[in-house]
Design a protein around this ligand. Structure first.
Ligand code: NAG
Ligand code: NAG
Length: 620
């Protein structure tokens, strides 16, 4: 018996070695598949559990298991699992009393990156209430839009964002919205202080009955994404999705003993779901940072013994751009999880900061398909793997960039892209990989659904992203379709920028797009505009308009004045040629302007300025 068993084990080992020589990634592949299967089994168990087992229950179990373990470190203070639990009880009780919250009521959080986000989110979860995570950079019209599409009747605001909320207060009051600010007192009529009420509230646990109806398909969060048109959209994040994203750390081999550094905003899925929620799933310690700082990054990591870091493409480049130091490799960081890193930055990062496993992943907040880079292939966002593809069917289809639509054959079906060819990623919508859509926006939800893809009557989620699979099955991200581009890790919706530009006194029409600049990830904002009759381009007024209403990353740094804008047959503005022509004054004959953030105005874009930008003397 034992002999047989040993022989069998030997055979298995031999087979493994054989396959490993056939594909150098076979070992990684097996480890990843095994981990994924284990996580799949766990998710199925949670789905079937009665009552439903949510990430909050996972947190409460962690509190029971290791109450004294540090959950959160923020600006010199430690908060244990037990302390965070008690603090969230106080928040829940204060909100129950002050805002009369009931199970299912949505509450919007307009908060900086601080521990309050965690306490309030857990407090709301204890009441069975979803949280809408507002981006703290948005203002005025965008802020009102984001707030109203999630259907919240309550908004909670950080003291440093008081001005922004005062600006929209008249509208909020008209709609009968309760506004709470996290300070001890507030003299503004229509804004109530909350901190004093939280500190007076009891820290006793709340009854589970308060969230008796929450199940895996209930909405847990709203996370905003700027899609292909106009204002941000509120992606509905169900508990199922929270679990799936929370498993990413586990899938990357992170353990409870790791220490996770969150320096990304908590209003994005990266920081909130993968970082914070994933940390709860692991029962680990989080070092929370108010704002990303390249200069403090490694000192923070050394000081707190950080072992796992998170990045978006840009932040890796910022780290590589800091002055070299002797202790660059002295730290305990072993894994970096993120997305959008450029191949050259990736290589530089590894040679500069040592042997860190980069786990590049591809996923959209609302999407139903994702990839993780689980081998060590530089540049790839993941691998096509038959187990993954079996459970979550997806494909790449041929896409017409100019028409911005999938190419279809004579029967009206889409055409799969060949190996090595760039195509649009679509994920089949099934019960296992659902697409829930956007809150209060049926039209946008419908736009992301693609029918008759491979068979008549089938239904896919259109990611709006162009990817490529190579001959070794690696997956590469290529670009985002259409009107959204990425700059500094943020999506910029061009029509939103155009709306702001056309309210400047001199501008008639605006066509906004992103252009590539050497040495930078993503695309920087540029606009081709036409002027109102008899008007000149007003540098100062346009600067004022742009800086008052747009976050820094969305402002068009280049403006091109055109006599008229080129349109498609269906009256869509043509962008492709403009994008290609870029902002080089030697090639573009139209007048060009540059947003000079030091002079605080637009200035004519001279050859000299162009050269300074290309040589990175001018920081963008
Ligand atoms: C980091 O690790 C070192 C050595 O293991 C230990 O002495 C130190 O106390 C740790 N620092 C923190 C903040 O935990
Ligand atoms: C596809 C993939 O996994 N890519 C990365 C995964 O992680 C390794 C380890 O750091 C990287 O080197 C790969 O480039």
């Amino acid at each position: 018996m034992l002999v047989w068993f040993t022989a069998l084990a030997g055979l298995a080992a031999l087979l493994f070695l054989l396959l490993q020589t056939l594909s150098p990634y076979f070992g990684d592949e097996c480890a990843y598949i095994l981990r994924s299967i284990k996580l799949g089994i766990r998710l199925t168990k949670y789905k079937k559990a009665k009552p439903f087992y949510s990430i909050l229950d996972c947190f409460l179990d962690a509190v029971k298991r290791r109450p004294g373990k540090i959950f959160l470190h923020f600006e010199g203070r430690d908060y244990s699992y037990e302390q965070v639990d008690k603090q969230s009880n106080k928040v829940a009780r204060a909100l129950q009393a002050e805002a009369q919250l009931k199970e299912g009521d949505t509450v919007a959080l307009f908060l900086s990156n601080e521990p309050y986000v965690v306490w309030i989110w857990l407090g709301l979860a204890k009441l069975g209430c979803p949280a809408a995570l507002l981006n703290f950079n948005i203002r005025s019209k965008s802020l009102l839009h984001c707030f109203s599409c999630c259907g919240a009747k309550v908004i909670i605001v950080s003291p440093e964002l008081q001005d922004a909320v005062e600006e929209v207060l008249p509208t909020l009051r008209e709609q009968g919205i309760s506004v709470f600010i996290l300070s001890e007192s507030c003299s503004i009529q229509g804004i109530d202080s909350l901190s004093n009420k939280i500190s007076q509230a009891s820290d006793q646990p709340l009854s589970r009955d308060l969230r008796a109806n929450v199940n895996i398909r209930s909405t847990a969060l709203y996370i905003y994404t700027s899609g292909t048109t106009g204002l941000p959209k509120a992606a509905v994040v169900t508990h199922e999705r929270v679990w799936a994203a929370s498993f990413i750390q586990a899938a990357c081999g992170i353990t409870a003993e790791d220490i996770f550094y969150i320096n990304l905003p908590l209003y994005h899925s990266a920081g909130f779901l993968i970082g914070l929620s994933g940390a709860i799933e692991r029962g680990m310690t989080v070092i929370l940072k108010r704002k990303f700082s390249a200069s403090q990054f490694w000192d923070d990591c050394r000081k707190h013994n950080v072992t796992v870091m998170q990045y978006i493409g840009e932040t890796m480049r910022y780290l590589c751009n800091t002055a070299k130091k002797d202790n660059d490799k002295t730290h305990k960081v072993r894994v970096a999880i993120g997305n959008g890193i450029r191949t050259d930055v990736w290589s530089e990062f590894l040679s500069r900061f040592g042997d860190i496993k980069v786990r590049e992943l591809y996923a959209a907040t609302e999407g139903n398909i994702g990839f993780i880079n689980y081998t060590s292939k530089i540049g790839a966002v993941g691998r096509v793997n038959f187990v993954h593809r079996f459970f979550f069917p997806y494909t790449l289809i041929k896409f017409d960039i100019e028409k911005e639509e999938p190419v279809r054959n004579a029967e009206g079906l889409c055409i799969e892209a060949a190996r090595g060819e760039t195509g649009l990623l679509v994920g089949k919508i099934t019960r296992r990989s659902p697409f829930v859509g956007y809150a209060g926006n049926q039209q946008q939800t419908e736009k992301k659904r693609l029918r008759d893809v491979l068979k008549k009557g089938d239904l896919y989620f259109n990611t709006g992203d162009l990817l490529r699979f190579d001959h070794e099955n690696f997956v590469y991200f290529q670009d985002r379709v259409g009107d959204t581009f990425r700059w500094k890790g943020e999506n910029v919706a061009t029509s939103e920028v155009a709306d702001i530009l056309t309210t400047a006194p001199c501008i008639l029409e605006a066509n906004v797009y992103g252009v590539k600049v050497e040495g930078h990830e993503g695309r920087i904002g540029m606009a081709a505009v036409t002027l109102k009759e008899g008007q000149d381009f007003d540098c100062e007024a346009t600067y004022k308009q742009v800086t008052s209403y747009l976050p820094v990353y969305a402002r068009p740094r280049f403006i091109r004045i055109q006599p008229c804008l080129e349109m498609t047959g269906t009256f869509k503005m043509k962008k492709v040629r403009l994008v290609e022509e870029g902002f080089n004054p030697a090639h573009v004959k139209d007048p060009l302007f540059f947003l000079d953030s030091e002079k605080k105005t637009y200035v004519p874009l001279t050859e000299e300025i162009y050269r300074a930008i290309i040589s990175l003397e001018i920081k963008l």
